[in-house]
Design a protein around this ligand. Structure first.
Ligand SMILES: Cc1cc2nc3c(=O)[nH]c(=O)nc-3n(C[C@H](O)[C@H](O)[C@H](O)COP(=O)(O)OP(=O)(O)OC[C@H]3O[C@@H](n4cnc5c(N)ncnc54)[C@H](O)[C@@H]3O)c2cc1C
Length: 411
């Protein structure tokens, strides 16, 4: 029987463990926390967005798009659903987003842990793996907890990233992978808030508005997304910011210039907005300029838009020239926020970067450098957008690694 050591009892480690035992292997899971699957509990605001019906490589980023395409060719939504059904996770949908029927992430974690125990896997909690060595006859695993030394035929490294405040997200898996000869693409926070020192943001803190966020790196548009934007005293947040944040983080890491351009009226073209401003100017002759934007934008935002356009808020609207109205429309559609940093790893949902995927086979998750070593989940240079894509990759890469590692002749 193949002895497999799984380092990390999170989403991908649990999926790997269950699959490996089901395929006839003897499995030991090493988890440094006092319980398994802690991060799963926080996913999807406690509801766990398991996967997404709209599955495709365009929802993933990383240096190697072919890797993710090959991965998805073998692990799509139906394979994920089969796995959920096999561990007793009933599901429901919100649009394309897939959740457990219970709407509780804890029930997903419990289902996976129960199945792992039912199958008789050896689970070692409070056990921090410090080093992994490849010997002639398999692997030696050195732990801080008991037992301090463990021998395995194969290792599945499922240690996750260093994103989030959740205990265990310490990034120690990167050092373990590097210790075995792997290389990293720079690791930066992703799905994270962006920091700006633009002064007026402090006055705008608390505003939530549907907007389009376009990200420019050294003047080139790099990513954009539309959704509920949150303006905060430190910068910008919300789903559209999360979706573009990994490009900002990567660029800042390369010391490039990053600018977020906010379109506060994505439902109107600049011409439509201009036409509406002109119409209001004609109709409301004796009203202050700030009223021209009334009902289109939150009232807290209006003085800031006028000030950015260089217009006094109390000036009568009729006094504004066509050029001034044009400037105002442009500011509403292209409000510039220079980005100086991202929030730290502890605030991020995932990491971008990680173990280079050209060193890993997408069909088996086996290392191309070290035979018998498998790498899964967020440890790899694969990050998905919000919507269940990161967990989808964690389940799928874990299942693949578990299945392949369990096959004896794959040694
Ligand atoms: C707040 C939040 C919400 C999220 N919501 C969603 C969502 O709704 N949908 C979605 O798709 N994704 C979501 N994600 C992302 C998703 O949770 C992760 O991508 C996924 O959990 C990664 O799985 P993993 O197995 O690679 O890593 P993890 O789940 O982080 O598991 C790694 C495990 O390895 C252990 N470990 C690390 N190093 C060692 C060591 N040296 N020795 C022993 N054990 C070790 C850690 O303690 C941890 O338990 C969210 C993330 C966060 C932070």
């Amino acid at each position: 029987m193949t002895r497999i050591a799984i380092i990390g009892g999170g989403a991908s480690g649990l999926a790997a463990g269950i699959t490996a035992v089901r395929n006839g292997a003897s499995v030991a899971v090493f988890e440094q926390n006092d319980s398994l699957g802690k991060k799963i509990l926080s996913t999807g605001n406690g509801r766990c967005n398991l996967t997404n019906l709209n599955m495709g490589s365009e929802n993933y980023r990383g240096d190697d798009s072919e890797f993710i395409q090959e991965f998805l060719d073998g692990f799509g939504v139906s394979e994920a659903m089969d796995f959920f059904a096999s561990v007793g996770i009933f599901i429901k949908y919100r649009g394309d987003y897939v959740y457990p029927l219970s709407d509780q992430a804890s029930t997903v974690r419990d289902a996976l842990v129960m199945e792992l125990h039912r199958l008789g896997a050896d689970v070692r909690k409070n056990c921090h793996v410090e080093e992994i060595r490849k010997g002639k006859k398999g692997f030696l695993i050195f732990c801080a907890g008991e037992p301090s030394l463990y021998r395995a035929d194969k290792v599945i490294l499922a240690a996750g990233s260093k994103a989030s405040r959740i205990a265990g997200s310490d990034g120690s898996g990167y050092a373990l992978a590097e210790g075995l000869g792997h290389h990293l693409s720079p690791v930066v926070p992703a799905l994270v808030q962006l920091i700006s020192d633009k002064k007026c943001l402090k006055r705008l803190a608390g505003i939530r508005i549907t907007a389009q966020v376009s990200l420019y790196v050294d003047g080139q548009i790099t990513a954009k997304d539309t959704g509920e934007l949150q303006l905060t005293d430190y910068g910008i947040s919300g789903i559209p910011v999360f979706q573009v944040s990994r490009y900002a983080a990567k660029a800042l890491n390369r010391k490039q210039r990053v600018m977020a351009e906010i379109d506060f009226a994505p439902f109107l073209t600049t011409e439509d907005l201009m036409e509406e401003l002109l119409r209001r100017q004609r109709l409301w002759k004796r009203c202050a300029a700030e009223k021209l934007l009334n009902t289109i934008f939150p009232s807290k935002l209006i003085p800031v838009l006028l000030s950015e356009a260089g217009i006094e808020r109390q000036i009568w609207g009729e006094k504004l020239s066509g050029k001034q109205l044009g400037k105002l429309a442009a500011v509403c559609k292209r409000f510039l926020v220079p980005v100086s940093d991202t929030k730290p790893f502890s605030d991020a949902q995932v990491c971008a970067g990680g173990v280079r995927t050209d060193e890993v086979c997408p069909c088996t998750m086996e290392s191309k450098l070290v035979k018998g070593l498998y790498l899964t989940g967020e440890l790899l240079d694969v990050d998905g957008i919000c919507g269940g894509y990161n967990l989808h990759f964690a389940w799928g890469s874990g299942i693949r690694a578990g299945r392949h590692a369990a096959v004896k002749n794959a040694l």
